[in-house]
Design a protein around this ligand. Sequence first.
Ligand code: IPM
Ligand code: MG
Length: 362
Amino acid sequence: MDAVIALLPGDGVGPEVTHGASSVLNTVAAVFGHRVRCDEYLMGGCAIDHCGDPLPAETLQACLAADAVFLGAVGGPKWSDPAASVRPEQGLLRLRREMGVFANLRPVTINRRAVSSSPLRPELLEGVDICFVRELTGGIYFGAKTREADVATDLCTYTEAEVARVVRLACTLARQRRGLVTSVDKANVLETSRLWREVAARIARDEFADVRMEHALVDSAAMQLLTNPRGYDVVVTENMFGDILTDEASVLAGSIGLLPSASLAESGPGLYEPIHGSAPDLAGRGLANPCGAILSVAMLLRHSLGLEREALAVESAVSETLAHGVLTADLAGSREDTVSTAEFAVAVAAEISGGAQGRAIA
Ligand code: IPM
Ligand code: MG
């Protein structure tokens, strides 16, 4: 297959994890006989420095025309002045909106090698396998904002159609998993949440009789996520609750550096990014864990290119690499034999090539 990927390395550790991820993508393409071209574009703080716009027109056009978009991370202290009129994050939000990627899938699974990096007891983590579906193009992130001398407002709006499409996607996903969807809201307080709950319940009842839907309030879900994480299969929720709950859920996995994401539209290219931020304190030091970025490549292969076998090859190469004790600083603890961001990616690529050779011999 031929594919064009728009790469947006971004800021902080973004370029390091992006290069690790794209080298793995190139290896998969070579091993499985695909032609994948990766073109780099500016987005985020680096784009502000270059032309004053966090999402330059050239970048946006290239993203909309690509088969998929891969993003490292954006933001950093250099562009964080609250008085600044342009911020790197505005570029990301605009990109999500322009691409129409309304559903952000954030799977959380537990790798045995990372269990000791989680502050939670191992017996709580055994068998945890959650897929968050975060609504990504609506809610308070995109509502009108006002600021007067001493008053500020952020408007939160959801339409029935916005809730319905993301809930449908979550229910469809649950059918391929354990058949449970937990819809998370704050229906005891917020009107948008009461609409969310009504629509979610109706879609589940009318269209997904084979899926079990539970409703949970976000505060209680935040607690249950740590006390009974095995109680979740698919979790669907609105934009800001999803942002907060998925950072919390990364604590289950042992490091935020491990988690990938895929943001999907009705049609057209998907947007793939690790869930971690730009980690400016780690930038340029080879300390960042590229697993989340590399596993985002697996999601890209699966969801945008329809290459399931290749996606599984990347996922199993990451597990094997970790299982061999090849660990970046976030997971290595006090061990001295840590590998750098680039070395980890090289080890994953070698695992993929080696795995393919093994298959050829067999
Ligand atoms: C995320 C990030 C972004 C968000 C920021 C960088 C705007 O935290 O992808 O989770 O809040 O959506
Ligand atoms: Mg976040």
